[in-house]
Design a protein around this ligand. Structure first.
Ligand code: TMP
Length: 213
């Protein structure tokens, strides 16, 4: 494994209902069992400010008529705070940071699915991350229809603002991710999310061993 005093930044990406949360918990437990300090976080969110922004983006009445540029900037604001307040300090301490979504969500959701100019999105991402790129990004690929079936079978709450788009939006998200991963193969590990939870977990760990450990 990477030297114990060396930080490691791993992000998870994918459309809705791909099982990222479960896999993040399993991966964190695995690293902890090997004696590593792990920080698990998410975007939008991860800091007090970021969690307030998350509420605006997903649940607040004031967000109902949010225009795509405002959405882009709110995700970026959450990320900038997250990088400076939590991610960078944790990496500097030599911890492993595992984050549920990061800049690639913006590239794909705002840049591809919302069709905001890709160069503008890249510029905003650059400001937000301040050169902090993940060492590894795990994309769990899943047919969005299956993802939503999974969400509906476990959720009692009504869908939030980001879960109310047409299926075409989530198909664009899925295709956007696959293209981004193909263009950045050195950073991305793509795992087939149609498999069982255990098979996905194994594929992730094997990929990490191949690339990092
Ligand atoms: P989640 O935490 O339940 O995945 O919800 C976050 C939602 O926000 C999800 O629909 C993906 C979306 N999102 C973006 O559109 N852009 C971003 O930069 C991030 C981090 C998330």
């Amino acid at each position: 494994m990477a030297a114990p005093n060396q930080g490691l930044f791993i992000t998870f990406e994918g459309s809705e209902g791909t099982g990222k949360t479960t896999q993040i918990q399993q991966l964190a437990a695995k690293f902890e069992s090997l004696g590593r300090q792990v920080i698990v976080s998410r975007e939008p969110g991860g800091t007090a400010l970021g969690e307030d922004i998350r509420h605006l983006l997903k649940h607040a009445d004031s967000g109902k008529n949010m225009v795509p540029r405002a959405e882009l900037l709110l995700f970026a604001a959450s990320r900038a705070q997250h990088v400076d307040e939590l991610i960078l300090p944790s990496l500097k301490k030599g911890n492993i940071v595992i984050c549920d979504r990061f800049l690639d969500s913006t590239t794909v959701y705002q840049g591809v699915a919302r069709a905001i100019n890709a160069r503008d999105v890249d510029e905003i991402n650059k400001v937000a991350i301040a050169s902090t790129l993940p060492d590894l990004t795990i994309l769990i690929d899943l047919d969005p229809e299956e993802g939503f079936q999974r969400i509906q079978s476990r959720n009692t709450e009504p869908p939030d603002r980001m879960e109310q788009e047409h299926m075409d939006f989530y198909r664009a998200v899925r295709n956007g991710y696959l293209k981004l991963a193909a263009d950045n193969q050195d950073r991305f590990l793509v795992v087939d999310g149609h498999q069982s939870i255990e098979a996905v977990e194994t594929a992730i760990w094997d990929g990490i061993k191949d690339r990092i450990i």
